[in-house]
Design a protein around this ligand. Structure first.
Ligand SMILES: [Zn+2]
Length: 374
C-alpha cells in the first residue's frame, strides 16, 4: 500500500526535519533546524521570531499566523519542540525508512512529524482565510531536558492565548492526552564518616546505610490508588569494600496526579531527617512539572476535538499518562489538549516509528480545531 498524496506530502516534509539531527545538547544541529523551520514557516506566511539560545541551549522559534479578520483575542497556542533525545550520528545507524504504513527515524514520532503537520495545518488555514482567531506555534529546543530555558516563554505565550494544543505524539492507538502526572526530581546526598572497615569500624558512619534507609522511606511514598509513584533510579557511593563509606547519593523521580499529592510529597521531603544524627543529608530538587489535571474546560476542549475527529472518520479517545510534557506548564494556565501529534510507537528508542496514514488524519484534526474552536 502506498501513502495517500496528502500523507506522502506531509511525510516528505517531516522527513527533511528528521534528517537534521537535533539532540537537546547539539547546538549546531538545533540552530540549523531552527533556521529551516523559521524559513519554511515564513514562506508559508507566518511572522517569525527567533529567540536566541542561552545557557548552552538552542534557540526557540515563535511563528504567528494572523486571523482572517481581527478577532480581538489571543487565539490558539500550538506548543511543539524540535529537540530529540538522539545524539548526532544516530541517523547513520537508524536512517529514515518506510515500509507499508510505517515510517521510522530518530525523532519522527517525538515529535517532528507532529510539529510539522501542525505547522502545515496552521499555514494552510491561514492561506485559505479560515482562521477565526490568530495562531501562534512555538518550537522549543529544550523540552527533552525539562524546558529550562523555554518555560517562562511557554507560560507567557499560554497566558496570551485562549487554548493550548500540544503536538506531543498520540499513543496507544491514537489516543490523545487529557491529563499528565506532575514530576518531582530530587537528588539526595548523604555525608558520613570514613573509617577502616576492619580496624576502626566503630568510628565510621556509613553514608550508604543512611541513604538506603532514605531509599526505602521514599519508595514507600508510592500509592497506586492515588496515582503516586516514587522511583529511585540511580544510586552510587563509597570508595571501597573495606572502607566505611563517607558519601552516597541517589536520584529520585516522583510522579503525582494532583496538587494534593504534590503537597503531601513536599511536606514529607521537607520533614525528612537522617536516622543517624552523625550523618548529614542534603536533598535538593522539587516539582519539575506541575500535574496537568483534567478540568471542565479541558473536557469541553476534548469534546470539540472528538466531534471534529468523528467527522474526519476516526474515534478520538483521551487518556491520562504518567509522562510529563510542556503541557504540564500550560494546563494550569489555559485549557490544554496534548498528544495531538502523530500516532506511532517507540519514542526515545531506535525503533521510533509513525503510522503514516495518521499524518493526514491529525493534520485534518489540527486544522479543524484551528478553524472551529470558539
Ligand atoms: Zn516530546
Amino acid at each position: 500500500m502506498s501513502p495517500s498524496p496528502k500523507d506522502a506530502e506531509l511525510l516528505a516534509g517531516a522527513r527533511t526535519w528528521v534528517e537534521v539531527e537535533s539532540k537537546t545538547e547539539d547546538l549546531e544541529g538545533l540552530e540549523r533546524l531552527a533556521d529551516m523551520i523559521g524559513a519554511e514557516a515564513a514562506a508559508l506566511g507566518a511572522e517569525v521570531e527567533v529567540i536566541e539560545g542561552r545557557d548552552g541551549f538552542g534557540p526557540h522559534v515563535v511563528t504567528r499566523y494572523p486571523a482572517a479578520k481581527p478577532s480581538g483575542n489571543g487565539g490558539v497556542l500550538i506548543l511543539s519542540h524540535y529537540d530529540t533525545v538522539h545524539p548526532r550520528g544516530t541517523l547513520a545507524e537508524f536512517p529514515f525508512r518506510m515500509e507499508g504504513d510505517t515510517a521510522w527515524g530518530p525523532g519522527i514520532y517525538d515529535m517532528k512529524a507532529g510539529a510539522y503537520l501542525a505547522m502545515r495545518a496552521a499555514a494552510d488555514a491561514h492561506a485559505q482565510g479560515t482562521l477565526p482567531q490568530p495562531v501562534t506555534q512555538l518550537f522549543v529546543s529544550d523540552e527533552e531536558v525539562g524546558s529550562p530555558t523555554s518555560r517562562a516563554l511557554i507560560e507567557r505565550l499560554a497566558e496570551e492565548a485562549r487554548y493550548v494544543l500540544v503536538t506531543e505524539p498520540a499513543r496507544e492507538g491514537g489516543q490523545i492526552v487529557v491529563a499528565r502526572k506532575g514530576v518531582f526530581r530530587y537528588e539526595a546526598k548523604a555525608f558520613g564518616r570514613p573509617a577502616h572497615s576492619g580496624a576502626r569500624h566503630q568510628d565510621g558512619r556509613s553514608a550508604i546505610a543512611e541513604l538506603c534507609r532514605l531509599v526505602i522511606a521514599f519508595e514507600a511514598l508510592t500509592d497506586y490508588a492515588s496515582g503516586t509513584t516514587c522511583n529511585v533510579g540511580l544510586i552510587g557511593g563509597g570508595t571501597g569494600a573495606n572502607v566505611v563509606p563517607a558519601q552516597a547519593w541517589c536520584e529520585i523521580d516522583i510522579r503525582v496526579e494532583n496538587m494534593a499529592e504534590a503537597a503531601r510529597i513536599e511536606a514529607f521531603v521537607a520533614a525528612y531527617t537522617a536516622l543517624n544524627p552523625d550523618v548529614r543529608l542534603e536533598i535538593t530538587g522539587g516539582l519539575n512539572r506541575p500535574p496537568y489535571e483534567r478540568t471542565p474546560e479541558i473536557d469541553a476542549l476534548f469534546d470539540t476535538a472528538k466531534g471534529i475527529a468523528a467527522e474526519i472518520g476516526f474515534e478520538l479517545r483521551g487518556l491520562k499518562t504518567g509522562g510529563g510534557s510542556d503541557g504540564n506548564f500550560t494546563a494550569p494556565i489555559r485549557p490544554t489538549l496534548d498528544g495531538l501529534g502523530v500516532d506511532g510507537a517507540g519514542g526515545h528508542t531506535l525503533d521510533e516509528q509513525i503510522r503514516i496514514s495518521s499524518l493526514s488524519e491529525r493534520y485534518a484534526l489540527m486544522k479543524g480545531m484551528l478553524e472551529r474552536l470558539p
